[in-house]
Write a protein that binds this ligand. Structure first.
Ligand code: ARG
Length: 497
């Protein structure tokens, strides 16, 4: 028994060691800056066909970095969280087509402006709306927390949208607002002119736009309040790339030469479905994103299941010391706390704690595997314990009277039967785990679900990618179910001998 305790302690120590080792990697080599963006804003920032964050803002940040000797580390997050992340120091700069406003100046410092834009109203082709005033009393979709949102929100001091019946639907992504418009959920989308053009270009058959000429605004790069050193470098870098003509080249490459893939259309509904699928999965490389996502989902699930089984066994045995000694033991108390804490909190919260607090936003994959493995361990432990308890008491007595020690009896007589008992419940746990990993997109991992999300952002089509991943998950679970059934049958075969 002593040896086992030592082993467990050694294991826990090792786990702590690995974790602290991982988090310490936070101190990056000098001069790497974390630049936040929200890659839902083409052509300034979007996910390219390789699944990477790309766009005009990224290109100018890299050019500035080259100029001033910075390594640029891009972090993709919600637009609304960008300014706050500068404040907490999670980001050093923000390049996100961010408009300079008096309000934002209270929390961040802005560089020199690098682009002038207006707001645009995106409409269905047959819409009668012609100006911003016409939006009074209508349903409008916007990207949350953007200047488009502020422009149409009917507050006390809004001079244009005065009708209090105007409904504003706020989306995390501009593309989702466009999908809403296409589905008829709103009458218009109000968004910056450049993405409006990109969105309309990709949906030429259904959509059009009108500019709001009076809404001129200028974009700038933001840094944390008082970070003068970085701000000066950015301004100098910006001036230098303008001087050298790099800036104009990038404008031409990203903004003027914005070549959206042309979509084929047809009046025949079947042909239209075929064209749509071709556009969503082939022309815009959706299949590649799905395949990569599939690999990630399988990889994380598999690693987490393995970890969960190992932890589950250890925790179950720790908890069983209580049954054996007929009183609480240190090990059983630890096991109980483990099980209760992990079952008592949502795995989503555990994932965010692991990634943001333990790993300080580094090594998302490891954080996800550990989260799901540790979480699953709690359920596996209970399944295995139930399996062990279901083995007749006489089996232990029989083993012991044959001269086996407690652990020998466990190993050779009880556990083989226990595993058989627990197997259906364990299978259930693996299936649940596979599906639960669909939340890893929250820590910027590109799994299957996130892949569908990307495809929606790029194609403004929700139907095909979502149905596609539903089918893929279903096939995965179905295959796993079959596999588990085969294994179970094999195990039962020995019963019949
Ligand atoms: N210019 C607008 C603003 O500052 C919208 C920017 C949205 N940018 C983005 N990357 N989603 O509010």
């Amino acid at each position: 028994m002593k040896r086992k305790v030592k082993l467990i302690c050694a294991f826990l120590l090792l786990a702590c060691f690995i974790m602290t080792g991982c988090t310490n990697k936070g101190d990056e080599p000098k001069k790497t800056i974390k630049v936040g963006t929200n890659a839902e804003f083409p052509p300034f920032e979007y996910i390219n066909e390789q699944g990477e964050v790309d766009g005009f803002d990224m290109a100018i940040m890299k050019a500035i970095g080259e100029e001033k000797g910075y390594e640029i580390n891009i972090v993709n997050m919600e637009f609304k969280s960008l300014a706050a992340s500068l404040k907490t120091g999670a980001l050093d700069a923000v390049a996100a087509g961010m408009t300079v406003t008096e309000e934002r100046k209270q929390t961040v410092d802005f560089s020199d402006s690098y682009y002038i834009a207006v707001q645009s109203i995106v409409l269905k082709k047959d819409s009668e709306i012609q100006s911003i005033e016409d939006l009074n009393g209508k349903k409008i979709a916007v990207q949350e927390g953007t200047t488009g949102d502020f422009l149409v929100t009917p507050e006390d001091d809004n001079e244009i949208i005065t009708d209090k019946n105007t409904q504003v639907k706020r989306f995390k992504k501009g593309a989702d607002a466009i999908v809403e418009l296409k589905n008829g959920g709103v009458d218009a989308v109000v968004i910056d002119s450049s993405p409006a053009r990109s969105f309309v270009a990709a949906n030429e058959k259904d959509l059009k736009y009108v500019d709001v000429e009076t809404s001129e605004e200028s974009y700038a790069i933001a840094v944390g309040k008082g970070n003068k050193e970085l701000l000066d470098d950015i301004n100098e870098g910006l001036a230098a790339i303008k001087e050298k003509g790099i800036f104009d080249e990038l404008v031409n490459q990203y903004i003027n030469g914005n070549d959206n893939k042309v979509r084929q259309t047809s009046d025949n509904p079947i042909m239209q479905i075929i064209y749509d699928c071709k556009y969503v999965f082939i022309d815009t490389n959706g299949y590649q994103l799905l395949l990569e996502g599939l690999g990630v989902t399988i990889g994380i699930s598999f690693a987490a299941v393995c970890l969960g089984i190992v932890l589950g066994f250890i925790i179950a045995l720790m908890k069983l010391t209580e049954t054996r000694k007929k009183r609480k033991t240190v090990l059983s108390v630890i096991a109980n706390v483990y099980i209760n804490v992990l079952r008592g909190t949502p795995v989503m919260v555990q994932l965010l704690i692991m990634y943001m607090i333990v790993f300080r936003s580094n090594m998302a994959y490891l954080a996800a595997i550990l989260t799901f493995g540790i979480n699953s361990g709690a359920y596996v432990a209970e399944n295995i314990r139930a399996g062990i308890m279901a083995v007749d008491q006489g089996q232990m007595e029989g083993g012991r009277s044959l001269g086996f020690t407690y652990s020998q009896t466990m190993r050779y007589i009880i556990l083989p039967q226990a595993i058989k008992n627990a197997f259906p419940a364990l299978g259930n746990e693996f299936i649940t785990l596979l599906k639960e990993t669909s939340i890893v997109g929250y820590v910027a991992i590109r799994d299957l679900t996130k892949a569908a999300d990307f495809i929606i952002s790029r194609t403004y089509e929700a139907f095909y990618p979502l149905i596609a991943i539903a089918i893929i998950y279903f096939i995965l679970v179905w295959g796993l179910t079959k596999l588990l059934a085969v294994v179970e049958r094999r195990m039962r075969r020995s019963d019949l001998r």
